[in-house]
Design a protein around this ligand. Sequence first.
Ligand code: HEC
Length: 105
Amino acid sequence: MSLVFGIAGCKPLPPSMPPSEWTPQEARGAQVFQEKCARCHYPTTAHSLHGPGLQALTKLRSMPSGEPPTDERLTDRILHGYGLMPGTPLTDQQLKDLLAYLHTL
Ligand code: HEC
């Protein structure tokens, strides 16, 4: 699927996948998110908490920074932090699960 959505302005964002449709890996990733990311990010809205809301993160053309939301970029942001966001050390498995989950948003 190659749908590309523009900047999140007036257009509604595509909805996040409901938990009932998650694969086991995505469900594990959701747990990682709850532990490591939820205190600063809302996953399924575009509203900011401490950092930007992450709804439709991987379906948008670019992240708030303007970078494309590729797994490579996301991995770098997550592990090493970025601007006001601290890095989060994760195991390879946690990282894979988390990336799978981020694709459901
Ligand atoms: C202590 C709060 C905090 C935590 C914990 C945190 N973030 Fe962030 N995050 C931020 C802030 C603040 C920004 C905006 C950074 C900036 O623009 O300076 C951000 C930005 C981002 C971005 C946008 C990057 C871009 O290029 O625009 C993504 C994606 C992201 N965070 C994902 C995550 C994920 C996934 C986790 C969990 C592993 C996480 N964050 C944990 C605060 C946090």
